[in-house]
Design a protein around this ligand. Structure first.
Ligand code: SF4
Ligand code: F3S
Ligand code: FES
Length: 244
């Protein structure tokens, strides 16, 4: 049975805006993105919202729903009581374009700062061999749909805009970790992890892991092992001797 839900949606741009209240029809089996689309179709034709797959795979429809960073297309309306107000706001960490759409170019800039995979010079494509356990590690990280919910949630940038330059964020530190732990990657990435990508800013609060819609164990499987590798190299007495 359908019902009328109370939605509170952010409307505005970088200069001004406010939360607006709406009554919108909800039908059985719908997700928040369905209701936002109905709002657009019936009451606010100019409501800006980014989406693409409606299947939790393109990473476009990220927003904050009742204050929690989530994908709109994967948030079922059945998780809310019928008389509950559902508040939908744009991701807070990134500059607002309009309504529910933010400018996520910070993330693309961070992606470009990480040098790509560097295989051994004496191996041709097709000659790469590695253990299944190493394949599986990379596969977990490669489930990432680049929704940027982890980037939006991590307090290092969310609460301190001035850290943007120095901190790559969990998604891109995970990329550094993947390459650093890759048995065929020849680049030495542990130094850059600390100096270029701001690994030291991460104090393993795990908020990034909590919001990942792909359930990637970002902190336990990427960030902590990367920190351990950096610490091992830095405090290894032999390595210190050679550095001197
Ligand atoms: Fe989204 Fe998870 Fe990828 Fe972060 S790691 S961008 S939360 S899918
Ligand atoms: Fe931020 Fe995740 Fe580290 S939330 S502080 S990157 S564990
Ligand atoms: Fe693609 Fe939601 S629309 S993840």
């Amino acid at each position: 049975m359908g019902y009328q839900a109370h939605f509170r949606v952010w409307r505005g741009d970088a200069d001004s805006g406010a939360l607006r209240d709406f009554r919108v029809e909800v039908n059985e089996g719908e997700v928040v993105l369905d209701v936002i689309h109905r709002l657009q179709a019936t009451q606010c034709p100019d409501l800006a919202v980014r989406w693409n797959c409606k299947a939790g795979k393109c990473g476009s429809c990220s927003a904050e729903i009742n204050g929690r960073p989530r994908l709109m297309c994967m948030t079922r309306m059945s998780t809310f009581a019928e008389d509950e107000t559902v508040t939908v706001t744009p991701m807070r960490t990134f500059p607002l374009v309009r309504d529910l759409v933010t400018d996520v170019s910070y993330n693309y800039a961070k992606a470009r700062e990480i040098p790509s995979f560097q295989p051994p010079a004496d191996l041709a494509p097709g000659e790469y061999r590695m253990q299944q356990v190493d394949v599986q590690r990379s596969q977990e990280f490669r489930k990432c749909i680049e929704c940027f919910l982890c980037q939006n949630t991590c307090h290092v940038v969310r609460d301190h805009e001035d850290n943007e330059q120095a901190f790559a964020g969990p998604r891109y530190l995970m990329r550094v970790a993947e390459l650093e732990m890759h048995p065929l990657d020849t680049a030495d990435r542990h130094q850059d992890a600390q100096t270029q990508h701001g690994l030291g800013f991460c104090n393993i609060t795990k908020c990034c892991t909590e919001v990942c819609p792909e359930h990637i164990k970002i902190t336990d499987n990427a960030l902590i092992p990367l920190k351990e590798r950096v610490a091992d190299r830095r405090y290894d007495p032999l390595a210190r001797l050679f550095r001197r």
